[in-house]
Design a protein around this ligand. Structure first.
Ligand code: KG4
Ligand code: ZN
Length: 333
């Protein structure tokens, strides 16, 4: 089964064609990072305008690379929520038009589910599993089980305030580093030491909190600046990164013990982080398998949307044709 998928929820225009949820025939990603860098973050209006310019060439390139024609496509999948409304609408309306004109059924996909299924591309995942989604907008922990030959996804915990990627970006900003801040902090901290020893928040259950850590770091940097003291950006980056990664590590260790899972899946933009990948290696004495997506499937991409649609097809409730779904079902983060 071949699925043509569209992803335009934020600042990446992406189109992919994936066979049987696993074989990626093409996954074209046009990122707007360089455009938004100038403003220190994503400007929604500018993002929508660039999606409008990019969607057709990206679609044509994806078709060409896959060596498929629209006659080979069984379903069209498109991210319909969550995301920036103007950005979502470009992908949604484009996908609807292709679907209507070519009589190919259309399937809605939740962006976060896309991140969860990014680990199912090229891998056979053993359930039960937990999935940690760490991105610019979300920090969610899910429990995945097999139910009636499909996959059931239960939300166990989420951030009570800032998402982890958002905190990375804000700390980077106060340090004068470019957007997106995550990769910059990841790089800088390689040469730093954990000198700040930031206190970890005490949050019950499986929920997370990052705003206290972020505020501690931004206050520290601003205070040092006011006193005209030199700060080591490397040490601040390392101290911040060690603390937030330990928060993730502690929660995942707790849920492994409570749920007795075999598999841990980590996904979303922050899953590209080198230190996070290294630290989670040590979970290998607690679970059989730990998966991180390939780098091109960590940040936003359409291959993961096709993968999620493939697994969703097994759930009857998602089989309804998406002609019914309109802008009312999209919502802004
Ligand atoms: O999943 P994503 O592309 O978009 C959302 O759905 O939000 O994630 C983007 C986030 C940004 O906050 C970015 O700073 C972060 O992922 N990120 C990283 C790294 N690469 C991207 N954070 C930490 N370390 C990285 N290497
Ligand atoms: Zn994302």
């Amino acid at each position: 089964m071949k699925i043509l998928a569209f992803e335009t929820s934020c600042d990446e225009t992406s189109v992919a064609i994936v066979e049987d949820g696993k074989k990626v025939l093409s996954n074209i990603i046009s990122t707007q990072i360089d455009i938004h860098k100038e403003y220190g973050g994503v400007v929604p209006e500018i993002a929508s305008r660039h999606h409008i310019e990019n969607i057709l060439p990206v679609f044509m390139e994806a078709l060409e690379k896959s060596k498929c024609s629209l006659n080979d496509i069984d379903y069209i999948a498109v991210t319909n929520t969550p995301g920036l409304i103007g950005s979502l609408l470009v992908g949604l309306m484009f996908a609807k038009s292709i679907s209507y004109a070519n009589k190919i059924p259309l399937l809605p996909v939740n962006h976060i589910e896309g991140h969860i299924f990014s680990n199912f591309i090229e891998n056979d995942i053993q359930l039960p599993a937990i999935s940690l989604v760490v991105s610019g907008g979300h920090t969610n922990l899910y429990y995945l089980t097999e139910k009636d030959s499909s996959i059931n996804i239960e939300l166990l915990g989420e951030t009570l305030d800032d998402a982890i990627g958002e905190s990375y970006d804000k700390v980077a900003r106060v340090l004068g580093l470019p957007y997106p801040g995550g990769p910059e902090i990841d790089k800088l901290s390689l040469n730093g030491e954990d000198t700040l020893k930031i206190k970890k928040p005490n949050v019950e259950g499986y929920d997370f909190s990052f705003s206290g850590i972020k505020t501690f770091v931004t206050n520290y940097v601003n205070n040092q600046k006011m006193k005209n003291n030199n700060i080591s950006k490397e040490n601040v980056a390392k101290s911040f990164q060690e603390t937030v990664i330990e928060v993730l590590y502690d929660k995942v260790s707790k849920v492994i013990e409570d749920k007795k899972v075999k598999t841990v899946l980590v996904a979303g933009g922050v899953s590209a982080n080198k230190r996070l990948r290294e630290k989670f290696e040590s979970l290998k004495n607690k679970v059989e398998n730990i998966y991180f997506p390939k780098f091109e499937y960590c940040t936003d991409n359409a291959a993961m949307i096709a993968a999620a649609a493939y697994y969703n097809l097994k759930k009857e409730k998602n089989l309804k044709n998406m002609y019914e779904i309109d802008a009312k079902s999209t919502k802004e983060i």
